[in-house]
Design a protein around this ligand. Structure first.
Ligand SMILES: NC(=O)c1ccc[n+]([C@@H]2O[C@H](COP(=O)([O-])OP(=O)(O)OC[C@H]3O[C@@H](n4cnc5c(N)ncnc54)[C@H](O)[C@@H]3O)[C@@H](O)[C@H]2O)c1
Length: 442
């Protein structure tokens, strides 16, 4: 008799609601793009859930289905979008304002976008100093705001006839906060909400509302939002998948592609200087040193983890790593990131690599929002609760169990993700050992 599958996945019946606190450049590029793809107007380039394939079994089996045929994912034509922002612009107006997508495409989906109007935000200027908006909830404690958000979510669900929900923070980067006592337990956090504790930022109130309701939560920004013990405890109580922080796009994407390559060949590193110019609202927010500090922490951590200076002191001890972001309005969303990489090879001889990445921030981030929403919904239906390390692939700061270091190498992350899908569907893990093809292994 065949063994019962290890994981039971509920079917993706009905509609999926995708909620984004923050409806700026990334959120609207994601929403408009997904609608355009569902209508056949464009292709979902960069999305693993929509375009990725997965090898199953041996290389000689020739089984390479599309991921979306292999695992039961929500269909993007069965999705409703909602969110919150401190600016009242609808998704069409906000997308025009962001200036990422061409007007021609936006006009084709204008009615759908105009129908998506942000709900009033939970916002406090103390946590994002460069922003001011009037479309905000007022007159309550942080606890009251959490209740208001849960009410918003219930109403959204009813009005849009949605069966399941996920939330992806696409709001601005908040100031740098460190976990303190209020973040340690659900009890302390709820008390803190009622007492308006200054350690509780708006993004945490959204995360709390979502996770309390059992709604999977991902954080596109580097701020401490669901990344502390109280949220993990809550996620376990409510059986909710959560994952990392800060979408891995642009320069950090390049870093996590290049650094594993250098390490694989045992090439040493003496310094990596990264600088960026960008001119969108995100760039303006990051012009504030407190918001930048949050981003800097997230960007700096990846090299240290990938290169393991403690394991390879001759190659990576004391390498110099600097990241700078400069707000430069003429560039809008079209960021330019330069990297100067000082490496050394055989006998210590120095060499240099220069990278000049003229990227489009929101174009790189949009497929990540889509994939996270679709995979988190899958995780929820598969009854996977708590930290979803297999989604590290998408983050600059992946979430991990306390005591476990995060895996930043994009190729390991990718393998982990695909092996998790194989595990879910009771397919053999692929180790790339290849022993089956060669007799000398026997
Ligand atoms: N685009 C990328 O490549 C990328 C990569 C990693 C992280 N991020 C992060 O994603 C986030 C979104 O980026 P973006 O380019 O869309 O920025 P954006 O400034 O265009 O949009 C952010 C939106 O969030 C809103 N907002 C801020 N605080 C809010 C709150 N408390 N509640 C509701 N709305 C709130 C702002 O009004 C704004 O409209 C930023 O934090 C950014 O750092 C972006």
């Amino acid at each position: 008799m065949a063994n019962a599958p290890k994981v039971t996945i509920a079917p993706a019946k009905g509609r999926l609601g995708i909620l984004t606190p923050g409806m700026g450049a990334v959120a609207t590029t994601f929403i408009a793009g997904t609608i355009a793809v569902a209508k056949g107007l464009a292709k979902p380039i960069g999305s693993l859930t929509q375009m990725g394939t997965i090898r199953l079994g041996k290389r000689t089996d020739n089984r390479v289905p599309a991921i979306k045929e292999f695992v039961p994912l929500a269909d993007i034509s069965d999705v409703a979008f909602g969110g919150w922002d401190l600016f009242a612009e609808n998704a069409y107006e906000s997308a025009v304002h962001a200036g990422v997508l061409e007007r021609d495409l936006l006009e084709k989906i204008r009615p759908e976008l105009e129908a998506i109007k942000p709900m009033k935000a939970v916002f406090d200027k103390k946590y994002v100093k460069k922003l001011d908006g009037t479309h905000v909830k007022t007159g309550g404690t942080k606890w009251d705001y959490a209740q208001m958000l849960m009410e918003d979510i219930k109403n959204f669900k009813e009005e849009n006839k949605v069966d399941r929900l996920v939330m992806v923070w696409c709001g601005s980067t908040e100031i740098f906060l460190k976990p303190e006592d209020v973040h340690q337990t659900v009890e302390a956090f709820e008390k803190g909400l009622k007492e308006d504790h200054p350690g509780i930022a708006p993004s945490m109130i959204y995360a709390y509302a979502a996770i309390k309701m059992g709604i999977p939560y991902a954080n596109g920004a580097p701020n401490l939002s669901a990344d502390f013990p109280a949220m993990l405890e809550l996620a376990r109580q409510t059986n909710t998948p959560i994952c990392g922080k800060d979408f891995k796009t642009g320069q950090t994407l390049m870093k996590t592609i290049l650094a594993p390559g250098l390490k694989t060949r045992l090439l040493g590193l003496s310094g990596w200087f990264s600088t960026n110019i960008l001119g969108n609202r995100d760039g303006e927010v990051l012009d504030d040193p407190d918001s930048f500090k949050t981003k800097e922490e997230s960007k700096l951590s990846v090299l240290e983890q990938i290169l393991q200076p403690n394991v390879y002191p001759d190659l990576y001890k004391d390498f110099y790593h600097k990241v700078r972001i400069n707000y430069y309005p003429p560039r809008g969303d079209n960021k330019e990131g330069w990297d100067n990489i000082d490496i050394f090879g055989w006998l210590g001889y120095p060499m240099q690599i220069k990278v000049d990445f003229l990227c489009r921030d929101s174009i790189l981030a949009a497929p990540i929002v889509l994939d996270l929403a679709i995979f988190l919904d899958l995780a929820k239906r598969a009854n996977f609760a708590g930290i979803q390390e297999w989604l590290s692939f998408y983050f600059k700061s992946p979430a991990t169990k306390p005591g476990l270091y995060p895996e930043h190498d994009i190729f390991i992350q990718h393998m982990k993700l695909k092996n998790t899908l194989r595990y879910m569907m009771d397919e053999e893990q692929i180790t790339h050992l290849g022993a089956d093809y060669y007799e000398y292994y026997r």
